[in-house]
Design a binder for this molecule. Structure first.
Ligand SMILES: [Zn+2]
Length: 77
């Protein structure tokens, strides 16, 4: 209807079941600092893969397991 061609028309479906990219940073659970992804940001992970981060503030290492897509759209805990 009232939508001009070429404006907002490119909708990219980013949800894939095969693989996904981890966020490049997460918030440290301990100190609230920024944890940086240890792997290359463009590496794609499959659900269940561990992803390692290192906190810039307290130097703690965090291993995040990539979530499953089973309960997509579900409410957080
Ligand atoms: Zn920390």
């Amino acid at each position: 209807m009232g939508r001009a061609p070429g404006f907002g028309a490119q909708v990219v479906q980013v949800t894939t079941l095969a693989s996904m990219r981890a966020p490049t940073t997460i918030i440290c659970v301990d100190c609230g600092g920024t944890c940086h992804l240890l792997a290359h940001p463009e590496v794609e992970f499959e659900p269940g893969d561990p992803v390692a981060y290192r906190c810039a503030d307290c130097m703690d290492r965090w291993d995040i397991v990539m979530p499953d897509h089973d309960d997509e759209g579900g409410a957080p805990d």
